[in-house]
Write a protein that binds this ligand. Structure first.
Ligand code: ADP
Length: 433
């Protein structure tokens, strides 16, 4: 028997938690892994969380291939490449290059080979991401007209995903447009085969509703096995796959008993500069402590001073405290011009990771909400997290996770920048573990 009905590789941690929340709601007991352990934990689905979205291509490719090998060795029926629902990529990749590498590993393990390297879509209607004629929409805007055009690390200025993915791979990219999806599973299988017949190796499939995603999942899983090496997409298609695979499980893995999280000290760490995170900060009425990357090179001990203030605040009241680098696009650009974009990000990520680790180790914080995908990865590394289990789902794409890899068990909510209602910083605690 396979260990996992689904083995996924996510290109960042908050995205891994986003998918884990969907898979859990779909009925699969899901573990998020922050490394590749010697022993595969028991679960219905495993999501390996990496930090490959903005990594150099060679690193992203080799980390992702290693994760696929581990998932296949552990026994995974299907392998899923989880990327962001806004298709976040750098100028060099990495979605296409990673898909090529993941598919190549699967093909090596697949005796009859695959017609196609990957099939999928970032569409995730639950959070307003839809794909039509290959164009990605965020709510009622094209991706390139959404706030993603100003992302500090992965500015998305082209909404034509066939073109974007085509620039990230040497093999042809095809499209299955929405009319073929709407027709039903059989027509969809035929349309995917037609795209392959025209030479496509990666196929993007339009989807506007969850029903579309269910049809795509059925077409891929029910079609001739290994027609497609890899299924790629965001939480939407991953969750649709989860619904289908959960319905076919002979027996569901028992959810592990989660360790109790005690204490009343709560921290929000924000490194996202996204529009939604800025709204959440504006709606937060508690104590706000700011970090500017320029302060981190100015000499002095900006992090130490901030930790002193944070300690006093946590001592004085049980209200959550926000430590934030969130700011508007013009201010991000000013910092990037002065320091370089990569250096500014690295400085902030290290500082925010240090704040989170010290808050847990020495200030008694046991619940942390982290805003930002890259920031989440940095905080998890600083905390030394190795695996996470879903404790409660807060909303679309958002789940409190529990870990006992730290000095005392902690609850963590890793939030992709653009996710969550405006009042998240105040209300997330209502469903804390
Ligand atoms: P999101 O989920 O919104 O994409 P991320 O944490 O993934 O958020 O990415 C935001 C990146 O922008 C992080 O690397 C962060 O360090 C960087 N950043 C945030 N604020 C600033 C700033 N004021 N100046 C420069 N870079 C910033």
């Amino acid at each position: 028997m396979s260990n996992y009905a689904l083995g996924a590789v996510a290109d960042d941690l908050s995205g891994a938690c986003d998918l884990a929340a969907g898979l859990t709601e779909a009925g699969l007991a899901t573990v998020v892994l922050l490394g590749l352990p010697d022993e595969a934990p028991r679960a219905d689905a495993a999501v390996v969380a990496q930090k490959t979205r903005t990594a150099p291509v060679a690193v992203a490719v080799s980390d992702s291939a290693d994760a696929v090998r581990w998932l296949l060795d552990a026994g995974s029926d299907w392998i899923y490449q989880k990327y962001c629902s806004t298709f976040d990529s750098t100028a060099d990749g990495n979605i296409g290059r990673v898909a090529d590498a993941m598919a190549a590993v699967i093909e090596e393990h697949s005796p009859s080979g695959c017609f196609l390297s990957s099939v999928g879509t970032p569409a995730t209607p639950a959070v307003g991401r839809t794909q039509y004629q290959g164009y990605l929409f965020v709510g009622d805007r094209l991706l390139s007209e959404s706030s993603m055009r100003d992302h500090p690390l992965t500015p998305m200025r082209d909404s034509d995903l066939v073109r974007v993915l085509g620039d990230q791979t040497d093999v042809p990219v095809g499209l299955v447009p929405w009319p073929s999806v709407r027709m039903g599973t059989e027509d969809l299988v035929t349309a995917i085969d037609v795209a392959a017949g025209h030479g496509a190796r990666h196929v993007l499939v339009d989807a506007i509703t969850d029903d579309d995603l269910d049809r795509i999942a059925a077409a891929l899983v029910d079609g001739e096995r290994r027609r497609t090496c890899l299924i790629s997409g965001a939480a939407g298609l991953g969750t649709a796959l989860g619904r289908l695979l959960a319905a076919r499980l002979d027996e569901r893995s028992a959810e592990p008993a989660l360790p109790a999280v005690v204490g009343d000290r709560r921290l929000i760490v924000a490194g996202s500069a996204s529009e939604r995170t800025r709204e959440q900060e504006a709606a937060f009425s508690g104590l706000v402590l700011r970090l500017d990357p320029r302060d981190l090179v100015a000499g002095g001990d900006a992090v130490g001073v901030l930790l002193g203030t944070l300690g006093e605040a946590l001592e004085a009241s049980a209200d959550p405290v926000l430590v934030t680098a969130t700011t508007d696009p013009a201010d991000v650009r000013a910092a990037q011009t002065e320091l370089g974009a990569e250096r500014a990000a690295a400085l902030l990520e290290t500082a925010l990771g240090t704040v989170a680790a010290r808050a847990v180790d020495t200030l008694g914080v046991t619940r942390i909400l982290v805003a930002g995908g890259e920031t989440s990865g940095a905080v998890a590394r600083a905390l030394g997290l190795r695996s996470l289990h879903v404790a409660s789902v807060v909303g679309p794409g958002l789940a409190w996770m529990v870990s006992d890899d730290t000095r005392h068990p902690i609850g963590v909510l890793f939030k992709p920048g653009n996710f969550g209602n405006a009042d998240l910083y105040t209300r997330a605690w209502e469903s804390e573990p």
